[in-house]
Design a protein around this ligand. Structure first.
Ligand code: SAM
Length: 170
């Protein structure tokens, strides 16, 4: 399964830390690419440094119009929108596991109504408001059932050897 993420909008007050964390979660939890708008260019540098040190080919694309991303994917990819108003993730996660290519949309603020209509699935991770970082992490884990943590990140400068009591990095 190929998984991509689209993050729509950023609060007027820049929310760079949350945006960076959405990208870090997407990368670490097995997505191949993130599309973002209204973003500080330094975020790309941060993610590229992470790729350089820790490996993998995670891509970050800055976009000017999210509608074009959705349009370009519509016929080949299932669109999943994370929203607290959506169907309960517990009812729908098994169906999503069967999909081939997916684009996960997360918001940063109120999401335009059109997104709900474009989505093949509107999914809630509980029906309480929380965060795009947590919603994305949980969905990615449910879809891949933990297998994302066994994936190798190729060409890394550093690899962590999991350890019971300390840091073991080679
Ligand atoms: N009130 C906003 C709205 O109308 O969407 C909530 C914005 S929330 C700070 C930012 C993003 O986090 C949302 O666009 C959604 O993608 C995600 N999110 C927050 N709570 C969620 C939940 N319970 N289930 C799924 N996604 C959630």
């Amino acid at each position: 399964m190929n998984i991509e993420v689209l993050r729509i909008g950023q609060r007027i007050l820049r929310d760079d830390r949350v945006t960076t964390h959405v990208a870090l979660v997407a990368r670490a939890f097995g997505a191949s690419k993130i599309y973002m708008n209204e973003v500080n260019p330094e975020i790309k540098e941060t993610i590229n440094k992470i790729n350089n040190t820790w490996g993998g080919k995670f891509e970050i694309a800055f976009i000017s119009n999210w509608k074009n991303v959705i349009k370009s994917k519509k016929n080949t990819t299932k669109i999943i929108h994370l929203t607290m108003y959506g169907e309960n993730i517990n009812e729908i996660d098994k169906n999503i596991q069967k999909e081939k290519d997916i684009l996960i949309i997360v918001g940063a603020e109120k999401v335009p109504r059109e997104i709900y209509e474009h989505a093949d699935y509107n999914i809630s991770v509980g029906n309480q408001p929380h965060s795009e970082i947590s919603a994305l992490a949980i969905l990615l884990d449910r879809i891949q059932n933990g297998t994302q943590f066994g994936k190798k990140f190729e060409n890394s400068k550093r690899v962590i050897i999991p350890s019971k009591n300390g840091k073991n990095v080679i």
